[in-house]
Design a protein around this ligand. Sequence first.
Ligand code: FES
Length: 569
Amino acid sequence: MTERTAGTVGFGHGLTNYGDRDFSLYLRRSFAQSMGYSRAMLGKPVVGIAYTGSGFNNCHRHFPELLEAVKRGVLSAGALPVEFPTISLGEVFLSPTSLKYRNLMSIDTEEMIRAQPMDAVVLMGGCDKTVPAQLMGAISAERPAIMLVAGPMMTGRHRGERLGACTDCRRFWARYRAGEVDLDEISEVEGRLAVTAGTCAVMGTASTMACLAEALGMILPGTAAIPAVHADRLRAAEATGAAAARLIGSARTPNTIVNARSVENALRVLLALGGSTNAVIHLTAIAARAGVKVSLDQLNELSDATPVLVNLKPVGNGYMEDFFAAGGMGALLRELKPLLHLDCMTVTGETLGERLSSAADSYVDRTIIAAREQPLEPQGGLVALFGNLAPKGAILKRSAADAKLFEHQGKAVVFSSLADLAARIDDPALEVAPQDILVLQNAGPNAPEAMPEAGYLPIPKKLAQSGVKDMIRVSDARMSGTAFGTIVLHVTPDAASGGPLGLVRTGDRIRLSVKARRIELLVEEAELKARAAAAKPNLAKPARGYAKLYAQEILGADEGCDFAFLRPQ
Ligand code: FES
C-alpha cells in the first residue's frame, strides 16, 4: 500500500480520528487483518454493498445469492467488495406502516455510506420503501453509487388462472367479502399469490420504483424488470458490482445524476406505466434531496401530454414477467424517446440518448408495451386534484378508476379514523348507498398510523354483496400500488395537521371533477370556520424515540413525507 492510497482509498479512507493519523491507519489495518484480508486486498479500493437481506423481508430472500454475484463483479473489476447491513423494510411486516420507517432507513443508508471506508457503493433494494430510502440516502451522501433492485416475483397458478401479488390478493379478497369465494378457496389462494423471491409481480410500488430508478439512470440499463429468480438477475448483479468499481473516483454521484431533467424523465415514465400513486411521494422526496422540486401542477402538465403505454395489472392485464419478456424498460423508453431529455447522464457514463440509440432494433411485444401512436390511454395514469378539500393537492389514479365516476357529486359518509372504519364499515345499519362518497380522516402522514395504505377503503359489505364493485373514496392515506378503484388519495394538508378533510361531516356534499381537476366540499365557508374553531386539536405527541422525531419533522405528502432536516439546507 503506498502512502497516498493508504490514506485516500479503501480501508484508508475516512479514518477514525485519535489525533494521530498513522496510528489510526495502523489500528484499522490490524483490525481489518483480523477478517483474513491479505495486505494486497487491503490496499485495494473498496466497494461497499448496502445489504438489506432480512428474515422479515420475503421480497429480498434471494439476496444472499445476489450478494455473491455482486462481489464477483467487484473483484473482477479490481476492487474489494465489503457488504454492510442496513435497515430492511419488508412491506407487510411493519407496523403501523412501512412509510414511517422509510426516512429512518434513508438516514441509516446515508450515514453508513458516509461513515465507513468505501469508495463507491452498491445499493441492494427492492421492496416498496427500500428503493426510495436508499436513493434518498445515497443522494445526500454524495458518494458514487449504483443500485441493484431485487426484481419481481414470478406468478403463481390457481385453477388454471395466473395469480400475482398483490392485485389478485385484493381481487380475491373482494370476491370473498362479496360471498363469491368460500373460505376453503381463499385459503388455497393465500398460498398461491406470492410464490417466489422478489417484489410484487404487478406494476405496484416496488416495480414502479425499480422502473423509475432506471429512468433516473441509477441502475444498469435493462435491469429493472428482470425477474428475481431469472439467471439474468444474477448476471445483472455481477455487472452492477463491476460498474460500481468503475465508478470509483468518478464525479457521477447520485446527486448529479438526479436532477430536474432526469426527474422529469422519471415522471414521464411513471405516467406511461400507469404506475403507483406512492411513487409520486417517493419521487418528490428523492428529487428534493437533490434540490429539485416536484409539484403536482407539473404532474398534471406532464400527465396531459404522456400516454399510458404499459398493459400491466393493476391498470391492465399483464405481470412484470410479461413486461420483461416484452422488451422491458428499454422498449418503453424508446417509445417515449421524443418526450424525454436524452442528454441526461446515467450511472454507466452513457447519456440516456446514447443508451437508447444502441438498442434500437430490439423486439417489442405490443400486447404489453403499446406504441405511442396507439396508446392504452392518451393521457397519463395519474392526475392531481385541487380544491377547498385539498388545497395542497390530492392524487387520483385515473387509469385504475371507473371513468363513470369522474364527474360526480355525492353525500359524504365519514369515518373519523382507521378504528372507526374497522368498527362500522360492515355494520348492516350503516347508512350508505352506492352513489355516496366514503371519506376516511386521520390516516395521513401526521396521524399516529403514519399514512398507511388504507385509502383503498373496502366497499361496505352490504353493498359489495349486492354487486357494487367501485365507489368514490377520499382520504389522506396512501393506497397500495397494486390496488384499483376510484380512490382519491394523499389529501393535503392531512386531517391530523388541521386540513379541511378533518372538517367533513356525514351528510355533506362533495363534488369530484376529474376534467376540472377539482375536489370540493360543498359547505359554506362560515360553517367550515365554525367547525374548525370547535375542533379539538390532538395534543398527544410521542414522548421519546423515533416516534417523537417523526412527529416533529414529518412533512406533508406534497413534500414527499421527508423529514425537514434531511433536505439540503
Ligand atoms: Fe415487497 Fe410488495 S411486499 S414489493
